[in-house]
Design a protein around this ligand. Sequence first.
Ligand code: HEC
Length: 113
Amino acid sequence: MKTSLIISSLGFAAAIAFSPLSHAADAAAGEALAKKEGCLKCHAIDKKKDAESLKGIAKKFAGKPDAEAKIMTQITSGAKVKLEDGSEDEHKIVKTKDKAELSNMIQWILSLK
Ligand code: HEC
């Protein structure tokens, strides 16, 4: 009896550990990194500032299979962008080199839609 209980709870733990949910963004870490990298200075979470809101970006990329790759390029290549006031600048390049951390931040942004 006891053994089967232990076995079934182990099965449950494994089910949680390997469920797709475990791939969901760690929202707190994603937001913290966006703050640390200064993204939120130009992109507010849900309203337009110098640039599109992160929610607006999430909506634009929703359902696009290459969303993560596109955003990764946006924040690592320094392409020219137009600010809301019409001036042009090179997009911010992240200081963080850890792809897993960046990927988590991107997934957090995409989850805001
Ligand atoms: C100095 C201001 C500024 C900072 C800081 C900044 N961005 Fe941007 N970003 C812009 C502007 C301006 C654009 C282009 C116009 C727009 O999307 O409103 C842009 C575009 C983008 C796009 C593409 C949106 C699209 O519609 O294709 C993404 C994604 C993005 N930024 C993410 C980030 C992330 C993540 C960070 C933090 C690492 C960041 N940005 C930091 C100003 C900024």
